[in-house]
Design a protein. Sequence first.
Lengths: 117, 113
Amino acid sequence: GAGVSQTPSNKVTEKGKYVELRCDPISGHTALYWYRQSLGQGPEFLIYFQGTGAADDSGLPNDRFFAVRPEGSVSTLKIQRTERGDSAVYLCASSRPTGVGNTGELFFGEGSRLTVL
Amino acid sequence: DAKTTQPTSMDCAEGRAANLPCNHSTISGNEYVYWYRQIHSQGPQYIIHGLKNNETNEMASLIITEDRKSSTLILPHATLRDTAVYYCIVRGDYNTNAGKSTFGDGTTLTVKP
């Protein structure tokens, strides 16, 4: 597709359940980012991948959160034992490989809205 | 990444210029200023970025002070569709450090008829 695709767009789950959120970045983009956005706040950084490896996971709030990008393209954010406080919009972004003329622009998806009841 | 400070909200009349300020007094010499905006229920969208020179593109202009401690995003002729939250971010050179961008809470710009 032309843009970053995130699925599902909406997810309602019960406290304690396991959730997976998927991000399909723009083709050829080597960097992939996950952010979390609560109502009325700016996006909060979670984790950043360069290729298949997590280059910076300092924003993951605790060990219930995990993300993978096994083939350097699609990424999955996994949340175990969900809590009501995990309710938020989870945003994914990708960016072009580093190189001359690269603006460093992040291309964001529409987000996955997670509601934990 | 350096911290930024923006006003919580601003209003602008349709057709007038919207000037959105950002303070980044702890910016380092190799850090760029980026602006994004987020329209309700959408992901943030890149607007413009700069290092020390003023920049202009089809969306906006970016004015960075000589000491680089603050900047202003200018939307020359605001329309109702420019109503959004605007985020100012500073980050290192993407080509040497394609790391995280730290967003604050941004400025909510409301363009009024």
